[in-house]
Design a protein. Sequence first.
Length: 479
Amino acid sequence: SNFINTTDTILTPNLSFNWNFGDGFFSNEYSPSHLYSSNNNYNITLGVSSTDGCSSSTTKILAVSPIPSANFSFNDVCFNETAIFQNSSIPGGLSFSWDLGDGNTTIFNDPSHNYLAAGSYNVQLISSSNSGCLDTLVKIININPLPYPNFTFTNACYGSATQFANNSLISSTDSIYNYLWDFGDGQNSIVENPSHLYLNEGLFNVKLSTTSGNGCLNDTLIDVVVNPFPSANFTFLEACINQDLIFTNQSLISDASPLTFNWEFGDGQTSSIENPINIYNSSGIKTVKLITSSSFGCKDSIEKTVEVFPLPTVFAGKDTTVSKGYSVQLLAFISGGINFNWSPLEGLNNNTIFNPEASPTLTTDYILEVTDFNGCINSDTLNIEVINDFKLFVNNVVTPNGNGENDTWYVENIESLSTARVYIYNRRGTEIYYDDNYKNDWNGYLNDDELPDGTYYYIINFTDSDKVYRGAITLLRNK
């Protein structure tokens, strides 16, 4: 207690003082202070003496009240939970002042409070009696952080396991103690990063519950769509090297959503076309792979083997020449062919055999196309150059007896040479026959009169060439 001396020392200076605190303790100070060891009513006496021997005293009663004892209890809580403080200060009849450590205060006896952030807070309680006695107590409350659950997942495809990646977080002052997954289909897991196989397509509400080391619980709910799985398939017709091999895509998906495709043809070539065409440059067995993907990343693949057939071997023959009006025998070399076709048709006696006779009137490229038993087609080209060398073979005997042999004078190839002029003379040099369009029809007559047997002479020349044929004809009747 602090005692305030109100004695007047102005009119009477040099006074001395004697305090009796009523508990066996004394003081000579002007305005002393004194600590009482127990609460009680004490008679306080102040004696005053002057230097001239005069003295005076006064007595007052001091009531010393007990000091209150501040105390309270609480439990550490999780963020977003209410902290409840239980006041156990004594004695009763006290008043209270709380500082909750986050800038909030209250005078309630047993306050409750929601902190806006996790952390440690200094909570102060001041307990005051009616006599002004007070006690102060500070305790630390921990508002434990919540775990923040979060996760990602691979595109969920029906028939394929979905992988869940746990991305849950918590303050560095704590750790996550356990995880509980509810996959929305009646199945659950406590694995941190589980995988799960859904048995149906559709929408599933996946819940992840997390618990911290301090027992704080939090959860999150994310929708997972299990998408339909595509079915990859294709057909093809086996083909030959260097020819188009067409692949027909038969991939399906139940919801008819768009699909993308990746083809590997087994020869280093690839394609993303739905129905591609590939040309193989070597024969043999090829493994073709199709990967079909949905817009959600669901994939299916299929592999099939394709046999690529070799082409038949074709050699139409060496390029050659032929005199105008004459023919040449073609002789091709073929291996593996069963059907033959020469083109163009002009000048050929048969275009479906490998060795036809060709009689072109103009220089011609003949193409031989060969088909084997696999339907593979190969071809080769032969050039026949037609030379206009005015080549003729002249028969030197005429026997017009009606037996069908040498009944007329035959000049081979003359009918193909339109510029030829034919002259026949008797042995005296008289011209007995002329024709500029000879048809192999002279039969030993002159103006419907039989010419006598004997030797006759011919000259054949051309209006567009200097070449001349000369020779003798023997006419014999009845032979």
